[in-house]
Design a protein around this ligand. Structure first.
Ligand code: OSB
Ligand code: MG
Length: 367
């Protein structure tokens, strides 16, 4: 595959409902789409960098600038045999995994289209359906949260994850458990706690949670290892896992019992598969995280989730939870059993709505 050019587009898409985590509230997304042009074939992907440097240091402006000034020049004009060869060409750039992932994943998309193969098969997937959960943000009131959970359970989702932070945590979780004693329930702190909160964090053990996600700093595996020894509840790491070596370190130190894989956070499908395989060999279950993606990133998450060690329901949920209108056709839909059936179609199995993409685009540039 010869990489002839790369197009960057920014789209503005308001969320149906704000999404709030311990680091802030998002009401509208700035979506960065990447298109690679390879000998008559286009590959598309979404950069999952956020509107600000809060989940990670990357945000949409650093991703765009890093792609334009460093990563695209490392790829354009090159001939690669497979999408997975792109990572080596971009390795001079330190970090900026979300920017790299957007490019690599667009090349995987192009490779799948060129080979007329389903992307999930190209990635090594084996499942014919995937299990879906939902991530529910911090709300304006407990009642609003309880109503949302009721709606999502009625829709069939297999696992509820709620965002927590000091002041929106134990009381909320206790209330959920009183009403729904048996559901699969987890929480995600996005680094809102400190080791000094140990006595407080121990109280999460009363609620039979599937996991507590990323309680401490994003850049500290050692402190999570100390915390995991003190908790019955399994820790799941999200922000802390940037590549397979982080997974190796976390597992060796006992810093978590579960890992959330986000393809953007680890720099692309190749590294996501490496994290998956390492966890599988060490009997650590993984699940697919989400970053409020449009259908383009979402379809890639669906494909990744077909790998065998994705053993827990992911944050891969229906388009209609986020968007009035998604930019793929059909939209991503979840069955009444809380699953997404996997299609045998070439590529992702979801077509692009190019007219809608054009209407939502606020800027574009060619690299
Ligand atoms: O920590 O998993 C997270 C969204 C934005 C940034 C970080 C996270 C999230 C989510 C949402 O939890 C998952 C989704 O529904 O896409
Ligand atoms: Mg998380």
């Amino acid at each position: 595959m010869r990489i002839e050019a790369i197009t960057l587009r920014e789209l503005h898409m308001p969320l149906k409902h704000f999404f709030e985590t311990s680091f802030g509230r998002t009401t509208s997304r700035r979506v960065l789409l990447v298109t690679v042009h390879c000998e008559g074939i286009e590959g598309w992907a979404e950069c999952v960098a956020g509107e600000g440097p809060f989940f990670s240091y990357e945000w949409i402006e650093t991703a765009r600038a890093t792609i334009r000034d460093f990563l695209a020049p490392a790829l354009v004009g090159k001939e690669i045999a497979q999408a997975k060869d792109a990572a080596a060409l971009m390795s001079k750039v330190r970090g900026h995994n979300m920017a790299k992932a957007a490019l690599e994943n667009a090349l995987w998309d192009a490779e799948a289209r060129q080979k007329q193969q389903p992307l999930w098969k190209l990635l090594g997937g084996t499942k014919t359906e995937i299990a879906c959960g939902v991530s529910i943000g911090i709300q304006n009131s407990h009642d609003n949260l309880m109503n949302k959970i009721e709606t999502e359970l009625a829709a069939g989702y297999q696992r509820i994850k709620v965002k927590v932070k000091p002041g929106w945590d134990l009381e909320v979780v206790a209330k959920i458990r009183r009403r729904w004693p048996d559901i699969l329930l987890s929480c995600d702190a996005n680094s809102a706690y400190r080791p000094g909160d140990l006595d407080h964090l121990r109280k999460f053990d009363d609620f039979n949670l599937l996991m507590i996600e990323q309680p401490l700093w994003d850049d500290d595996i050692f402190q999570h290892a100390k915390l995991q020894r003190e908790l019955k509840t399994s820790i799941c790491l999200d922000e802390s896992i940037r590549h397979a070596r982080d997974a190796e370190q976390a597992i060796a130190l006992g810093a978590c019992r579960i890992i959330n894989i986000k393809v953007g956070r680890v720099g692309g499908f190749t590294e996501a598969i490496a994290v998956h395989n390492f966890c599988q060999r060490h009997n650590i279950p993984v699940w697919c995280g989400g970053m409020l993606e449009t259908g383009i990133g979402r379809a890639h998450n669906v494909a990744l989730s077909t790998l065998p060690n994705f053993r827990l329901p992911g944050d891969v949920s229906a388009s209609k939870r986020y968007w009035e209108e998604d930019i793929v056709d059909p939209e991503i839909e979840v069955s009444a059993q809380g699953t997404i059936p996997i299609k045998d179609a070439p590529g992702t199995g979801y077509e692009l709505r190019k007219d809608l993409i054009a209407r939502l685009t606020v800027r574009s540039e060619q690299c």
